[in-house]
Ligand binder design. Structure first.
Ligand SMILES: Cc1cc2nc3c(=O)[nH]c(=O)nc-3n(C[C@H](O)[C@H](O)[C@H](O)COP(=O)(O)OP(=O)(O)OC[C@H]3O[C@@H](n4cnc5c(N)ncnc54)[C@H](O)[C@@H]3O)c2cc1C
Length: 628
């Protein structure tokens, strides 16, 4: 095995791929002004600094990464996400403002618009010449986007759309960039043409003039102080019969011509899901950024715990707190899970970029993208939960020192908190993931088809789930417990078994005459468990691929131990299920717990190296006086 320094540098090199140079450029910027947000700062000043930071990023060309080459872009969606992932080591207000401008505002024009829109707006968005918003959520409707109430009514005579807020609670809510800086917005509204409703569509609506003053018919209110992310100017928007021309409809999936409404996708439901699906980069980005936030927390906490000493034998020096098994259990499984999510997110980014690369301009995204959407939703849930949980654990691991503002953990935890809510509230996303798994062969979205698939799956219940091996359920040999194939099999077994049992349950309910909405509701807990099991299986697969591709000897072996710790710890957390399902017997469940302790102790000497390999420079990590 290589020595520690060699191992650390080989691991850091491996983890920085792909796009190591791009990541290094952003890390350099994060250590400079205006990226180093003071720990005490007024909201208005914070917002001004955040805007200045996003301007620097735009000047450096980072806003153009995802855009087509024709608009001065790099046509590199994976680089755009890598940039976002790296920015998440800094002030998350800067990250979110950057994401709103280039990912949401720019992304919606790029994904939902066509050549005219791209030519007119994309370059100006990518350079921040045209700041804008992504206005989907309303006061009355957040998760239930399909039922939002803003209207866009086609006025045939004037050849214009009339965008209107029918009542106060249909106002747009939480819209990033709206309170101060946004000059235009992609507005999601119910489209009506010649008296017929066609569901939610996106239109571009100007909000402010060149001088920053609100345009006629637009009313905006600041959302005010938030629990975190106070450098972002979120606001509410109401429209009073605002008129926009025909070509402001983002028309990749539907147009309005002299002949009326036209769309290549007949079903309103399928069009809606296809449209939202094209915006999947937002969810992938939030998953990747959550991993970065967890890395920051753990780097600070592990470094501190390695040096902080408390208690010790009567005749010896005090002991570093990371030598205590309970402290190891607090931090090291979270380090392992962060590694798992790192590889799963990188794998997903790669899949997304190659799927997009294979798409022609006029293509409707197909099955490949559907699978990516499911993975993105599951990983977004796992990673955002993990970040919140890890930042809390990191804070506690440092005792009072973790509560010092200069150590950033408090603000970081407050900022990352909402990652569990925006880009889809986690509990809602879990249902989406489960429904996606149950309808994976479906060509049409919609409840009818969904239930057909449930029947199909239920009919073949039992044929897919691997037989439980009665010897394996009691096997407590170390080699077996550490066998990565065993872990993979356990995760696959849990997912398949949950899929088939959920399908059977849904079928029984519908056979009894329970309607689809109610049947799904009665199985919500089951569906959530299925979605989480799917997400963890995807995370483990991503991790094991990362292990297999890693340089050896050294990096691959170290990562394999972390993968073992991740898998066994997840099994321990869900041991109630594994015991109920008879997949492990109590003796094995106890052995798994003991093995986690052994792995933690084995990894303890390299703990500092493991977080160091994430490569977050001191100048980015925290205020210098707060570190050892
Ligand atoms: C800081 C911030 C920035 C934002 N930026 C933007 C932006 O730029 N543009 C934009 O359009 N939006 C933005 N949002 C809005 C965000 O996307 C929504 O808050 C989110 O979609 C959730 O909607 P909601 O707040 O109405 O919650 P709700 O949908 O009301 O959900 C409340 C709770 O109910 C649960 N719930 C809802 N339905 C179900 C169900 N069927 N089963 C079980 N549980 C359920 C949810 O999981 C959640 O826990 C932002 C929000 C915040 C806080």
């Amino acid at each position: 095995m290589p020595d520690d320094a060699t191992l650390r540098s080989a691991l850091a090199d491996y983890l920085s791929r792909p796009h190591a140079d791009l990541r290094a450029r952003i890390l350099d910027l994060l250590a400079t002004e205006p990226f180093r947000t003071p720990v005490e700062i007024e909201r208005e000043e914070h917002r001004a600094r955040v805007l200045a930071a996003v301007r620097v990023l735009a000047d450096e060309g980072f806003g153009l990464l995802a855009l087509p080459e024709a608009q001065g872009g790099a046509d590199a969606p994976d680089q755009a996400i890598a940039a976002f992932e790296t920015l998440a080591f800094g002030d998350l207000s800067i990250l979110v403002k950057f994401g709103v401008q280039f990912g949401l505002w720019g992304g919606s024009i790029q994904q939902l618009g066509t050549a005219t829109h791209h030519e007119r707006w994309l370059r100006r968005i990518g350079t921040l010449e045209l700041p804008g918003c992504y206005a989907m959520t309303e006061i009355g409707h957040g998760s239930n986007v399909r039922n939002l109430e803003t209207t866009a009514t086609w006025d045939e005579a004037a050849e214009e759309f009339v965008v209107h807020t029918p009542h106060a609670r249909a106002g747009k809510e939480w819209i990033g960039n709206a309170a101060l800086h946004g000059r235009m917005a992609t507005v999601f509204a119910q489209l009506s043409v010649a008296g017929r409703e066609h569901g939610v569509h996106a239109l571009v609506v100007p909000l402010r003039g060149e001088d920053g003053a609100l345009l006629p018919g637009i009313r905006i209110e600041d959302n005010g102080p938030k629990a975190g992310l106070n450098g972002v100017d979120n606001g509410r928007i109401w429209f009073d019969r605002v008129r926009v021309p025909r070509d402001h409809l983002l028309d990749r999936f539907a147009t309005v011509t002299e002949a009326g409404y036209e769309s290549p996708i007949e079903s309103d439901g399928r069009r809606f899901f296809t449209m939202l699906g094209t915006l999947v980069a937002g969810r992938i980005s939030i998953a990747a950024a959550s991993v970065s936030a967890a890395k920051t927390g753990l780097t600070i906490a592990v470094r501190y715990s390695d040096r902080r000493r408390q208690f010790g034998p009567d005749d010896g020096p005090e002991v570093p707190i990371l030598d205590y098994p309970v402290h190891q259990r607090l931090l090291l499984p979270r380090v392992a899970a962060t590694y798992a999510l790192h590889f799963a997110a990188r794998d997903l980014i790669g899949r997304y970029a190659s799927e997009l690369g294979g798409q022609g301009a006029g293509d409707v995204p197909g099955e490949g993208m559907r699978e990516i959407e499911g993975r993105a939703a599951a990983l977004k849930v796992l990673a955002s939960r993990h970040a919140v949980d890890t930042l809390q654990a990191s804070r506690e691991a440092m005792g009072g020192r973790g509560y010092h503002a200069a150590n950033r953990l408090g603000r970081l935890r407050a900022d990352v908190d909402v990652f569990t809510t925006f880009e889809g509230a986690n509990p809602v996303l879990l249902q989406l993931v489960a429904k996606g798994l149950l309808t994976q062969y479906a060509e049409e979205m919609g409840d009818l088809r969904f239930l057909d698939i449930v029947r199909y799956l239920a009919d073949r219940a039992g044929t897919r789930v691997r037989e439980r091996n009665p010897i394996a359920t009691r096997n407590v040999d170390r080699d077996h417990l550490r066998d990565l194939d065993y872990h993979r099999a356990a995760f696959e077994y849990r997912e398949e078994r949950l899929l088939e049992s959920a399908a059977r349950r849904l079928k029984r309910l519908t056979d009894e005459g329970v309607d689809a909405f109610e049947a799904v509701n009665r199985c919500q807990d089951h569906l959530a468990a299925l979605a989480l099991a799917h997400g963890e299986r995807v995370a483990l697969d991503g991790f094991l691929d990362g292990v297999a591709r890693a340089p050896s000897p050294g990096v691959s072996e170290t990562l394999a131990d972390l993968a073992r710790l991740f898998a066994l710890e997840r099994m321990e957390v869900d041991r109630a299920w594994f015991l109920e399902a008879g997949y492990v017997e109590p003796v094995k469940s106890r052995a798994i717990r003991a093995e986690i302790g052994v792995l933690c102790a084995e990894l303890r000497p390299v703990a500092r190296m493991l977080v160091g390999a994430w490569g977050i420079p001191d100048g980015v990590l925290a205020a210098p006086d707060a570190l050892d």
